[in-house]
Design a protein around this ligand. Structure first.
Ligand code: HEC
Length: 116
């Protein structure tokens, strides 16, 4: 019965078969990193002002890992992004990022704010 099913398979489904036949026995847990996910968010949402040198009155740059890490470690980065739009020093000033983006940064910080 099993043989009949296998013989019925075409080459098209070979890749599916390989995947099923060789499941990763110990998959690496997905690690959030600055280089992997977070830099793109900060670059897109923050570095317009928090450039190096900063623009538009921003008080410091967030243009690389070390600069971001300073604000992660003193707690100000997370504090600023969880504020509601319009609250003083809510970041970015134009409006709160989507909750899942905020959650991702929160999780990244929780997991040690790794660079790579
Ligand atoms: C449109 C320009 C602009 C953008 C975009 C922007 N900022 Fe700011 N940021 C400022 C300015 C101006 C200040 C200082 C005045 C204030 O605190 O409101 C500031 C202050 C801050 C502070 C200090 C807050 C405090 O309580 O002292 C943090 C942390 C911060 N920004 C993080 C971010 C992060 C993270 C992003 C992206 C998610 C971001 N900012 C995006 C202009 C910006």
């Amino acid at each position: 019965m099993l043989l009949a099913v296998l013989t019925g398979c075409t080459n098209d489904s070979e890749s599916d078969l390989v995947e099923i036949a060789n499941p990763d026995p110990d998959p690496e847990p997905f690690t959030l990193t600055y280089n992997g996910r977070i830099k793109a968010i900060i670059d897109g949402q923050c570095v317009g002002c928090h450039a190096d040198p900063p623009r538009n009155g921003a008080p410091f740059p967030l243009a690389n890992y070390d600069q971001v890490r300073v604000r992660v470690d003193n707690g100000s980065l997370l504090e600023a992004i969880v504020k509601l739009t319009g609250e003083s020093s809510a970041m970015p000033p134009s409006g709160r990022m989507p909750q899942n983006t905020i959650d991702l940064i929160d999780q990244w910080i929780d997991e040690g704010a790794l660079e790579e």
